[in-house]
Design a protein around this ligand. Sequence first.
Ligand SMILES: Nc1ncnc2c1ncn2[C@@H]1O[C@H](COP(=O)(O)OP(=O)(O)O)[C@@H](O)[C@H]1O
Ligand SMILES: [Mg+2]
Length: 241
Amino acid sequence: MIALENLTVRFGGLVALDAVSARFGEPVSGIVGPNGAGKTTTMNVISGFLTSQGGRVRVGDTDLLDLPPYRRTRWGLRRSFQREEIAGDLTVEENLRAMLDNLPLSRADKREELARALDFTGLGAERHRLGATLNSYERRLTDVARCVIGRPKMILFDEPAGGLTGEETEHLGALILAIPGQTGAQVLVIDHDVDLISRICSQTLVLDFGRRIAFGPTAAVFDDPAVKAAYLGLEAEDAGA
Ligand SMILES: Nc1ncnc2c1ncn2[C@@H]1O[C@H](COP(=O)(O)OP(=O)(O)O)[C@@H](O)[C@H]1O
Ligand SMILES: [Mg+2]
């Protein structure tokens, strides 16, 4: 269970998150909303890049907001970025080892975690390639491998399918769905792609202008008139209306 309680973030006069609460109980859940809705801000609060003006993020007995960011990583929090941060001058394996460096695991455990992450993402054959030589999908997979390594408890993906083809998105969705069974971690996927979220998330929070406009089983949420209105507004903008 991941419980967001009353998360509030202001940037000057702009309220990026307005007392947002939601309790995620499913292995894979989603946070969606149009551009600027507050999705990345939510992720930044959970991971510690931003401080919430009040509120809590409870996972089991832990309030993540009480821990400094590096302790959140040691606790088991992982995140991906909208632009994945893979070092171009390090190999795939070295990128993964850099993640393991900060974790309190024995050498043998680290070796095993590395092998499992490479195997899970299908990157075994690419382990000695430099980050700079990877295509966008391989970079994305390396990012997923960094998230599943070292016994995570909670993984946040920020627009993981950005820039991928339909087929790659489908593979990535299947991979993300397999993460809880593989690692025991609970996963939150942030996206504006309703198709991806509908396929892999059982439960979804919808944000619009920093406010929770719907929360619940994904199908019901996308059937909600308020959600349709938020997305229809978006389509109208896209059409130049
Ligand atoms: N560091 C910042 N300083 C000022 N405003 C910000 C900052 N980060 C985000 N915002 C604003 O907060 C709102 C929510 O942004 P964000 O969480 O990135 O949206 P999303 O990820 O849903 O597209 C937007 O209006 C954005 O412009
Ligand atoms: Mg964002």
